[in-house]
Design a protein around this ligand. Structure first.
Ligand code: SF4
Length: 391
């Protein structure tokens, strides 16, 4: 597994520090506790790296198998290993293969490359998962293993910084790059997002972020809260974030009695993420109360206790030997469609029971207007929506 130290202004956190330069110094007060999800992602990247090195011919198949086994064993020890990582990393390799095959001359592929974008961001560097140099085109491909939110390649600052780093590091060998194509491969969400931009526009963007990057590096006190706060280590304790939500009270009212649609839109925009923030500050206050600190007006109490068998098998055996019918103690429940598909395997499952599956339109959901999905109204016929889903 390729290991690199983290930059103070990392590419992966750039969506946050470009919006809130003060977050960099504030985050230094907190410890980053790597979650199971992050661990899972690190290992999936390590597997993808080995497969890509094999694809390129840098290592032989037996070496790749041996290394992947070592990674899997390590994951097993941590209880994180899941076979699906093999399938999902294949999607990433297939995607790279498709790009490579598109060109008549074999392109130059670089795997897990540390790139230097310090020309734009003080001491900035990061690790790009895959770079492909093909004629006057540079491809930057990022493998994302998360399955929470689909990540968009369009204007993605992390990807743009990797690209700037690659343009800088390879300018002597591939100085003629004119176009940059950014791709995010996120197989667990079936998300492949692509975006392209001229290399010169990218350089202009790099110039434009220099003042903010410098401020962030120097430990600025400029804070701006927004949806990027969810990736901030300071998010529960941050005063700027709390004040952001407190602004709600100052929202101008268009009608003193009833909310207009403009009022409604304003409240929805201002309260985005508020539910999560409330949960986080409640957890913070509980931790402080449990630590014996005074949070005026609040205290920690013991929750409702729950009962559990110490040994369920033995307990049930006592019940059945005392005349309780076993059928009363056990439920027989079918697996959900997704669970059954996982057990059988996608291809086999579709071959055997694909004709028994129908897909209906999902429940309507409210999202910001910036969401890429098409808007629906009650005026649209359900069949129209259904046809679109099938397409
Ligand atoms: S929580 Fe939000 S506003 Fe506060 S420092 Fe972090 S990114 Fe900035």
């Amino acid at each position: 597994m390729t290991a690199h130290a983290h930059a103070k202004l990392s590419a992966s956190a750039s969506a946050r520090w470009l919006k809130c330069p003060g977050s960099v110094s504030l985050c230094e007060l907190f410890t980053d506790l790597t979650t199971e999800f992050a661990k899972e992602g690190t290992f999936a990247h390590a597997i993808a790296e080995q497969k890509l090195l094999t694809y390129k011919g840098d290592i032989k198949k037996p070496t790749c198998t041996r290394r992947i086994k070592k990674i899997a064993d390590e994951l097993d020890k941590n209880g994180v290993w899941k076979k699906e990582a093999m399938r999902y990393t294949d999607v990433y390799i297939d995607y790279i293969n498709q790009i490579a095959l598109y060109y008549s001359v074999a392109p130059y592929i670089v795997v897990e490359k540390k790139v230097d974008f310090s020309e734009y961001v003080p001491e900035g560097f990061g690790t790009a998962d895959c770079l492909i140099f093909a004629g006057d085109v540079l491809h930057v491909i990022d493998f994302k293993y998360g399955k929470g939110v689909a990540v968009d390649a369009e204007d993605n600052p992390q990807m743009k910084l990797y690209a700037l780093g690659a343009l800088h590091d390879y300018k002597l060998v591939f100085g003629s790059i004119k176009q940059v194509k950014l791709s995010i491969v996120q197989p667990r969400l079936s998300n492949i997002s692509e975006w392209e931009t001229p290399a010169d526009s990218l350089r202009q963007w790099g110039e434009s972020i220099k003042p903010t990057a410098q401020k962030a590096f120097d430990g600025s006190n400029e804070f701006h809260a927004g949806e990027w706060c969810r990736f901030c280590l300071a998010k529960a304790e941050c005063k700027a974030r709390a004040e952001h939500y407190a602004k709600l009270a100052q929202l101008p009212k268009h009608d003193p009695r009833l909310m207009s649609n403009d009022d409604l839109a304003g409240y929805l925009t201002l309260t985005q993420g508020m539910d999560k923030w409330l949960k986080e500050i409640k957890e913070l206050a509980l931790t402080k109360c449990l630590n014996g600190e005074n949070v005026e007006g609040y205290k920690a109490v013991a929750g409702r206790s729950t009962r559990a068998f110490t040994n369920q098998d033995e307990a049930f055996s006592v019940l059945t030997s005392n005349g309780i019918d076993e059928a009363l103690l056990y439920e027989r429940k079918p697996l959900t469609l997704a669970q059954a598909e996982k057990v059988v395997g996608k291809t086999e499952f579709n071959k055997l029971v694909g004709d028994y599956i129908t897909k209906s339109a999902g429940k309507p959901a409210l999202v910001p207007a910036s969401d890429k999905r098409e808007a629906v109204t009650n005026q649209q016929k359900a069949s129209d929506v259904f046809t679109k889903i099938k397409e």
